[in-house]
Structure formats: structure tokens, C-alpha cells
Design a protein around this ligand. Structure first.
Ligand code: FAD
Ligand code: FES
Length: 274
């Protein structure tokens, strides 16, 4: 049974490394068990609420969220001082079927803010690293300055824990930015061309803007990854996030409750989903 009661959460820290994509931490009265790919509803009293993915795993009584300032409620959040109280409800939705990952190579492909739920999944995979094969992260952003969690990803790549490649839509003044791994110009799907992987042993998880899914999911299937082992999260389709507004319903499926994570096998029988 879903609990709709908000927990009071105190804003503890705000990290501002990437403009308008700040990392917030909140202290909760009790830990929330949020699985990779699930989300919570953050509410500002008297202003509104929005769904947001957890950005770390496991979650504890400190909840980390990476939030882009895009509109009314997120703008109000950006104006709050440390110590302010917000409400957190959840966790909600069906996340990644992590039981299908052990024993497999894993390919994570993120576009823009889509790196948030994939970072949670990455933390889960790192905690189970002994049972995971090759772990690869492909991440595309508008430009190098907007790559989130870049230092963490590069440190993992330097240690040999993951294989990592970046792409950028715009080269900007410095295509490398402040990082150690250069960014390739183009879309993130282009990075697959240089990737050596065995599709028969691979599980793929993709998260990004809808345009990313249009060709990439079928491209992964054409490369030989079984469609029931290609996962995508359909966050962009939602509004209320909790089964109340019907905004997300596609082919009779409530994306917010029955998803947001679906396999390509499931998406193929949901016309209009991708
Ligand atoms: C399951 C889920 C997880 C999410 N996780 C995150 C996250 O980790 N970090 C984060 O910053 N945002 C996340 N979002 C998006 C976030 O919920 C919206 O950005 C937020 O609702 C905007 O609220 P607002 O009132 O500030 O903006 P609004 O005034 O409501 O909207 C401003 C702009 O944002 C766009 N927008 C609204 N909803 C979404 C959405 N669901 N996805 C993309 N664009 C949207 C609108 O089209 C509009 O252009 C997630 C959404 C869902 C459904
Ligand atoms: S987003 Fe409102 S019902 Fe799913």
C-alpha cells in the first residue's frame, strides 16, 4: 500500500558545481528504501510538488537529489536556505529489475539529466561489483560544463572500475572542460560505434530525453541485446507521478505506477510510448 504521508525533511546542503543542476541533501526522520529507478515526490508547502529520482544508493536518513531549475516549484526550491523544511513522499514506481543484472555485463547510457537514475543504479552495481561483468557508462550532455558527476565517473574509470565515454552536442570553448576524459562531439548513441561489447551477455539501461529513445533502443536490439534486457525509464511522460492525473497513461498503462522503468519488450506493445 502506497503511503502518501509526506515526511518532514530538512535541507542540509546545496552543492552548486553545475549551474541550475544543484545537488541537494535532505535529512529525513527515518531512512527511505528507494530502489534504483524509483522516485519520490518533493513538496514545498503552499507552492507545489514534483517527482524526482534519488541520486544515490543505498538511501539513508540523508536523501540526495539532483534537481534542475526549470519552472515554478524547482525555482522556489532554489531560493530556500539551508535549514528549510520540505515534504518527501514515496518511494514510488517500479525501478530497474536489478535481479537481472548479476552475472551480466552492464551498459548504462545516459543523456543529460537522465544520468540521475542511472547513477543510483551505478551505485547499486558498484555495491554488487563482484557479481557484475564489464561495466560501461556512456554519457552525453549539451556541453562539457554540464556533465554531472564527472569527477566521480572519471575517478571510477581511472581506477579501472568502469569503462567511460562522454559525448557533447556542442564543443564550447573547451571540449575537455576541466575533466581528464575528452568528450566526443555528437550524440551519445554515436559512442556505441567504438564500443567493444558482447551483446549476448549484456544488460542495457538507458535514460534521457525522449529523442534518445527513438532510435537507440532498437539499435541496441539490432546489435544483439535481447529486448527483455534493454531497459528505459519514461519519466518525461509524467505529471503527478502517483496515479492521480492520468497524464502518463499510454496504451492503458500508468507509467508512474507500472513504470517508470520498462523493457524494450514491454515498450514494443505500448504504441506511442517511444
Ligand atoms: C519519475 C521522475 C523523476 C524525475 N527526476 C528528476 C530529477 O532527478 N531531477 C530533476 O531535476 N527533475 C526530475 N524530474 C523532472 C521534474 O519532476 C520536473 O522538472 C518538475 O516537475 C518541474 O517542476 P516545476 O514546477 O519547477 O516546473 P514546471 O513549471 O512544471 O515545468 C517547467 C518545464 O519543465 C518541463 N517539465 C515538467 N515536468 C517534466 C518532467 N517530468 N520531465 C522533464 N521536463 C519536465 C515542462 O515541460 C516545462 O518546460 C523527474 C520527473 C519524473 C516524472
Ligand atoms: S503521472 Fe499522473 S497518473 Fe501518472
Amino acid at each position: 500500500m502506497i503511503d502518501f504521508t509526506p515526511l518532514p525533511a530538512r535541507l542540509e546542503t546545496i552543492e552548486t558545481d553545475v549551474p541550475d543542476n544543484h545537488l541537494f541533501s535532505f535529512h529525513l526522520p527515518q531512512p527511505l528504501a528507494i530502489a534504483p529507478g524509483q522516485f519520490v515526490e518533493l513538496s514545498l508547502p503552499g507552492i507545489g510538488a514534483f517527482p524526482v529520482s534519488a541520486v544515490t544508493w543505498p538511501t539513508s536518513d540523508i536523501l540526495h537529489l539532483c534537481i534542475r531549475r526549470v519552472g515554478r516549484v524547482t525555482d522556489a526550491l532554489y531560493r530556500l536556505p539551508v535549514g528549510a523544511m520540505v515534504g518527501i513522499r514515496g518511494p514510488f514506481g517500479r525501478g530497474f529489475p536489478v535481479e537481472n543484472f548479476p552475472g551480466k555485463d552492464v551498459l548504462l547510457i545516459a543523456g543529460g539529466l537522465g544520468v540521475v537514475p542511472l547513477r543510483t543504479l551505478l551505485h547499486w552495481l558498484l555495491a554488487h561489483r563482484g557479481n557484475i561483468g564489464e561495466l560501461t557508462v556512456l554519457y552525453g550532455s549539451y556541453d562539457a560544463a554540464r556533465l554531472l558527476f564527472r569527477r566521480e565517473l572519471e575517478a571510477l574509470a581511472t581506477a579501472g572500475t568502469i569503462r567511460l565515454a562522454f559525448s557533447v552536442d556542442a564543443l564550447g570553448a573547451d571540449p575537455r572542460g576541466t575533466g581528464t576524459i575528452p568528450c566526443r562531439f555528437g550524440v551519445v548513441g554515436d559512442l556505441l560505434a567504438d564500443l567493444d561489447f558482447n551483446p549476448t551477455t549484456t544488460v542495457a539501461a538507458v535514460c534521457g530525453p525522449p529523442v534518445l529513445y527513438t532510435h537507440l533502443l532498437e539499435k541496441l536490439a539490432a546489435a544483439g541485446i535481447p529486448p527483455d534486457r534493454i531497459y528505459a525509464t519514461l519519466e518525461r511522460r509524467m505529471k503527478c507521478g502517483v496515479g492521480q492525473c492520468c497524464h502518463c497513461v499510454i496504451a492503458g498503462v500508468y507509467i508512474c505506477c507500472q513504470g517508470p522503468v520498462f523493457s524494450l519488450e514491454e515498450l514494443r506493445i505500448m504504441p506511442g510510448a517511444i
